[in-house]
Design a protein around this ligand. Structure first.
Ligand SMILES: [Zn+2]
Length: 310
């Protein structure tokens, strides 16, 4: 296997630095990889995190795979880890790169384009062609918690099957967003699943553990590691999701959380004004399960409060 002029031989593990660019200070910036290759041939699995630089649960998941030496004795195949795809965002605690562009809307990218475009191109050109399947790790946004879930591209049956093997509590069919990593991977005929767990800039142990467990189940499914002996989640599989938004501005209190089922008309939160003169119930507009919620205490009209799958 050859990645950016480095050959990774059977039975070897290698750390690689793919050049991305430089900081204004002159320090060079690289995309760091760890590659673990078994003696025996088998699937090549790419696991990426931090494409949004402030989504750190995935970064921690990959760190634990490394420090717990889970990949040191692979029985078959190869695992490529990219713990921090968007180094600039990670340094700045930001989703984007410094010019405000989103790496996950910059694929397939261009090596003489913007920073986001260069990062995207490095993944597309130097890594993606060598892999058989992709697991991309994400979290919710600022103060938005996502209950551990796998998203696969609607209609892509292979990815749906891989998602079932991962066995996160929720499995969702989603259309791939234009210029996203998932979209380009699908176009290159690489099955890809997205793991979402927790919120940005916050390590959430439940989301970290579910993500780690899912990766172990996947590796065991391909006989790359021994049976990790994990319990099986009862998976809820959904094809559609919608948001319940704030009808008023004010202080927001949650009565229901992600992972809980709701009935149509059920009161799941309350918004009140600071003077105590008015309060409004937030009601579920359909039956389903809450897959994400807003942790913000202060909300504006129109803010997304609950993400419900049905
Ligand atoms: Zn993300």
């Amino acid at each position: 296997m050859l990645i950016h002029k480095t050959t990774i031989h059977p039975g070897k593990q290698t750390s690689l630095k793919l050049p991305i660019g430089a900081l204004p200070s002159g320090d060079s910036i690289s995309m760091d990889l760890k590659v673990f290759r078994a003696v025996e041939e088998g699937p090549v699995i790419l696991i990426t995190a931090g494409i949004h630089g402030d989504e750190i649960n995935g970064i921690e998941i990959l760190r634990r795979l490394i420090i717990n030496r889970i990949l040191d004795h692979l029985k078959f195949g190869t695992v490529i880890l990219v713990p921090v795809v968007n180094v600039y965002g990670f340094i700045n605690r930001s989703r984007e790169v410094p010019d405000g562009k989103d790496v996950n809307r910059s694929f397939p990218g261009n090596m003489v384009g913007s920073l986001a475009s260069r990062i995207a191109r490095t993944l597309t050109k130097k890594i993606l062609p060598t892999v058989d399947l992709v697991v991309d790790l994400h979290t919710g946004g600022h103060e938005h918690f996502n209950f551990p879930q796998i998203r696969y591209t609607r209609g892509d049956h292979i990815s749906a099957e891989i998602g079932k093997v991962f066995n996160a509590p929720l499995l969702l069919a989603k259309t791939a967003i234009s210029k996203s990593f998932r979209k380009i991977a699908v176009e290159m005929k690489k099955p890809v699943i997205i793991y979402e767990g927790g919120e940005n800039q916050r390590l959430d142990e439940f989301s970290i553990q579910e993500g780690l467990d899912g990766i172990l189940r996947l590796l065991f499914h391909y006989e790359m590691i021994d049976n990790p002996g994990l319990k099986k989640n009862a998976v809820s599989h959904f094809e559609r999701t919608s948001w319940i938004r704030a009808s008023k501005s004010g202080l927001f209190r949650l009565y229901r959380h992600s992972g809980q089922e709701v009935k149509k008309g059920e009161i799941i939160g309350e918004i009140g004004d600071p003077m105590g003169s008015r309060s409004y119930n937030v009601q579920a507009n359909r039956e389903g399960i809450i897959i994400g919620h807003n942790n913000a205490a202060i909300v504006n009209q129109g803010d997304a409060l609950f993400h419900v799958a049905y």
